[in-house]
Every structure is written in structure tokens, then in C-alpha cells.
Design a protein around this ligand. Structure first.
Ligand code: 5AD
Ligand code: SF4
Length: 464
């Protein structure tokens, strides 16, 4: 929760001026991080300056997430904290952007009339107009249903000069019954391949060495733009090859693919493209065929495990992460044991584990058999304990290896520096190492969520 107790109580003029400060709080997924960079880019291009100081901020933006219920609670909690601040200082502009804005629409300003701008996922290019209009005409809202301009086309202000998100296909055409994303982000819209490649080239020219291609379902990229009359096949493998051919790109990541659409041409492209990192986020959701069917996930446990085998056969060192939901409506103890069993077999390097959260408007939210909280909690703890054990053993298998690490910045837990392997493992290192540089590290110890190591070569490492 933000603390706004120290915000200046002097009323200020109501018009935004050059040099005013803005503060953005981002919740949720990488697509929101990407959009926040655009929000920052728009405000910076308008002459404003970023700050982390809530006391200084003239524009406060919440870029929100709607995927689970606690996101709602956090937003409305933050907004309640801002009410007295806004009363003391009416010149502050409060903006609610992102998926919750798209979902809750008018309800946000009903519940928090001190919010100046509600801006949905398709309206980002209009942010500055809405802010200005709110200064003269009062609260504004734009939650249009269709994107006219991809946010990628807007100016971006990035915190990290070496790594960048690149949106390739926002939106999703799947109908997983638990998921609110298709309702708040709309259907998939693929950007033209040439625009994406040009963006990556532009980033590399400015010093970026790693890009993460973003979409709700990246591996169906292109299905919505394939030449009319053709078989509307995804172009993701081709995109990987084209981005890999950008001169100077060192690492390419992508998230998230849907297991169902992870076709052999994508595996081949991953294996063939030098810059494509040996990591895949492969969302399982459940290990029970009955629950997968009820979730409307089109694969079954057996097929999922076969796909993993195929991927590991083609790219032996690959790091695998996943998403798992516990307590989906109707999930029995037997179903849950099936999930534990798939987790044992799959040996994920890491897993994002979630307690099922009913989202208004989704099919699952009205299904019978909603599971009591205590049962969900108890299953969740068993799943986390199992995955911690597996993550630790997967990490320990790295000890003694020499790995390429891209330095990201100062380390946590007392380490001087922190970076990431191509397989997406965090590595803590001693010594002052500059962000954006590549080193080769010898891995000396392991924990479930990070490795520790010593630098053995400080430039241009090649091992994975
Ligand atoms: N409840 C819990 N987890 C969810 N996810 C999506 N919707 C829900 C929900 N209603 C999880 C899925 C998805 C990840 C991004 O969030 O595991 O892959
Ligand atoms: Fe949601 Fe399923 Fe689309 Fe992922 S694939 S965004 S879980 S509907």
C-alpha cells in the first residue's frame, strides 16, 4: 500500500506545467509493465519528470491488474488513502489505467469520485488529452472497446536501458473459463512483423541487448493477420527468426505461449536461433484432465508432458516455468493429487502458483462447486512445498556449471550484483559489475529461487 501521509498540503494551481512530477504504480503482468513505460513516455514527452516520491508527485497513475480479486482490493485501498490527500491538494491528478479500469469503468469514479481519469486498455494514446480535459471539465473516462493505435507506437520511457518489453500481439482469442483477460484486453491483434523487427532494431541501436516478446498467447502471433485466403497459420516461428536476425540482439525471450499452440516449427526456431534464450514459460494450470476440460484448456496431462519431453529433447538445458491454479470450482482432492503428480513428473524449475479467484463475467465464476477458502489454502501450501523442493533440486543441478549471466543491477541478500542466466535463473555475484554487461559465472551454491556464483570471465560469455 502506498503511503501518502507526507504529501504537500499546500493547494497548488490546477494546471499541469512543465517540470511537474509523475509517479506510476504498476500492478500485474509484463504487458502492464510495457504499457506503464508508454504512460511514462507520454508524460515525459509532455515535459513532466518521473519521481518515486509520493510527496512530490503531481500526477499519480495506478496501472491496474484485474486477474485476481486481491488486485481490486489493493486499488480501492490505495484510492481511499488518496482521498484526504486530494482534499488537501486538489491540483493532484489521479489516474486509474489498465485492466481494472477497463473492467470496472464507471464504478471507479462512483466509489472514488476524487479520481480524475479512468483510462482503459485501448485508450492509452488519449491520456494527455484526458488529463487536460479533467483540469477544466472535471473527471474523465475513456474505456473504448477497440485499439486504434498500438501502445507500442507511443514514446516509451524505460527504467532499464539494456532490456525491453516488445508487445507483439495483445489480446486473447481463447476462452479459458477462469480468465478475465479476453474481457479486458479484447481479441488478439498482431502487430505487423516489420513494425516489430523495426522496433527491436531501434532498441538494439540504443543499447538494448535483451528483448521479451509479449502477448497473451504469443505462439498464435500472426493468426489474425495472415494473408486473406491462406490458412491463417501463426507466424511466431518466422518472427523468432526475423528478430534473431537483428544485428546486435543478444537475448530474445517471449511470454506467454499456450501449450496447445506450441508447434514443432516453434521448437525448431528456438533451437536454431542463437539469441532465443533456453527458457520457456509453459502454463499448466491443472494436472487433472477433468479440471482442464472444465477450464477449457484444450490439452490433457499426458499430452502436456509429451510436449515437455519434446521440447527438452530439442533443447536439453531449457529452463521451464509454469502457472498453476489451485481450487478451481469442482476440484476434488483426487484432481489436486493429479496436479501434484504432474508437477512431480514435469520437474519445473519454477512455478507461479495461484489460488483460484472468481472473476466477474467469466464462466467459472458462476460454476457450481466453488471450493472453501481453507481447503484451497491447504492444497496451495502442499503444492508450494512440493515445488520448492523441486526448484531447489533443479537449482542444485546447476552448481559447478559455468553460465552466461547478464548483469541486471545491484544484488539482493547482500550480493554486490545480480543477473540472469539464459535459462532465466537469478544469479547473485560478488564484485561491482556494470548492468548490461555479460559475464561467465561459475555456480557455487543454490537456493530454490536463485543461484550464487563467482565471475570467471568478465566479457562475452557463451555457455548456457
Ligand atoms: N484465479 C487465479 N489465477 C488466475 N490466473 C488467471 N485467472 C485466474 C483466476 N481467476 C492465473 C493463470 C494465468 C496467470 C497469468 O494467472 O494461471 O496463467
Ligand atoms: Fe487467459 Fe487463457 Fe487467454 Fe491466457 S490463454 S490470457 S489464461 S484466456
Amino acid at each position: 500500500m502506498l503511503s501518502f501521509g507526507d504529501v504537500a498540503s499546500e493547494p497548488s494551481s490546477t494546471l499541469l506545467v512543465m517540470g511537474d512530477h509523475y509517479l506510476i504504480r504498476t500492478f500485474g503482468c509484463q504487458m502492464n509493465e510495457h504499457d506503464s513505460e508508454r504512460i511514462a513516455g507520454l508524460l515525459s514527452a509532455d515535459g513532466m519528470t518521473p519521481t518515486d516520491d509520493t510527496g512530490l508527485a503531481r500526477v499519480i497513475v495506478f496501472n491496474t491488474c484485474a486477474i485476481r480479486e486481491n488486485a481490486d482490493n489493493r486499488l480501492y485501498g490505495n484510492l481511499r488513502h488518496l482521498k484526504p490527500v486530494k482534499e488537501r491538494n486538489p491540483g493532484i491528478r489521479i489516474v486509474v489505467a489498465g485492466c481494472l479500469a477497463q473492467k470496472d469503468r464507471g464504478r471507479i469514479q462512483e466509489r472514488a469520485p476524487w479520481v480524475d481519469v479512468v483510462i482503459g486498455t485501448h485508450a492509452l494514446p488519449h491520456l494527455l488529452d484526458l488529463l487536460r480535459q479533467s483540469e477544466t471539465d472535471g473527471p474523465q473516462m475513456d474505456v473504448r472497446e477497440q485499439t486504434e493505435v498500438f501502445p507500442s507506437a507511443l514514446p516509451a520511457a524505460r527504467d532499464d536501458p539494456f532490456r525491453a518489453w516488445v508487445s507483439i500481439a495483445p489480446g486473447c482469442d481463447n476462452g479459458c473459463t477462469f480468465c478475465i483477460v479476453p474481457l479486458v484486453r479484447g481479441p488478439q491483434r498482431s502487430r505487423p512483423i516489420g513494425d516489430i523487427v523495426a522496433e527491436v532494431q531501434g532498441l538494439v541501436d540504443r543499447g538494448v541487448v535483451e528483448v521479451t516478446l509479449l502477448g497473451q498467447n504469443v505462439n498464435t502471433y500472426g493468426r489474425d493477420v495472415t494473408v486473406p485466403g491462406s490458412s491463417r497459420r501463426p507466424l511466431f516461428a518466422r518472427l523468432l527468426h526475423e528478430v534473431n536476425a537483428v544485428d546486435g540482439i543478444r537475448r530474445i525471450r517471449f511470454t506467454s505461449p499456450h501449450p496447445h499452440d506450441f508447434t514443432p516449427d516453434v521448437i525448431d526456431a528456438m533451437a536454431a536461433c542463437e539469441a532465443v534464450c533456453e527458457h520457456i514459460h509453459f502454463p499448466l494450470q491443472s494436472g487433472s484432465d477433468r479440471v482442464l476440460a472444465s477450464m477449457r484448456r484444450s490439452y490433457r496431462r499426458q499430452r502436456y508432458l509429451e510436449w515437455l519431453d519434446e521440447i527438452r529433447a530439442a533443447i536439453p538445458q531449457i529452463g521451464v516455468s509454469t502457472d498453476i491454479i489451485v481450487g478451481f470450482p469442482g476440484e476434488t482432492e483426487e484432481d489436486f493429487l493429479q496436479t501434484l503428480d504432474v508437477v512431480e513428473c514435469a520437474r519445473f524449475d519454477s512455478a507461479y502458483t495461484f489460488q483460484y479467484s472468481p472473476r466477474p463475467g467469466t464462466r467459472a465464476s458462476t460454476m457450481e462447486g466453488q471450493i472453501p477458502r481453507e481447503i484451497v489454502q491447504e492444497r496451495f501450501e502442499r503444492l508450494v512445498a512440493l515445488q520448492e523442493r523441486i526448484s531447489l533440486s533443479r537449482s542444485r543441478a546447476q552448481v559447478g556449471r559455468e553460465l552466461e549471466v547478464l548483469i541486471e543491477g545491484p544484488g539482493k541478500k547482500g550480493a554486490a550484483a545480480q543477473g540472469r542466466t539464459r535459462t532465466n535463473r537469478i544469479v547473485h555475484l560478488a564484485g561491482a559489475l556494470s548492468p548490461g554487461s555479460f559475464v561467465t559465472a561459475n555456480i557455487t551454491s543454490a537456493a530454490p529461487h536463485h543461484l550464487s556464483g563467482e565471475v570467471v570471465r568478465a566479457r562475452d560469455a557463451v555457455a548456457v
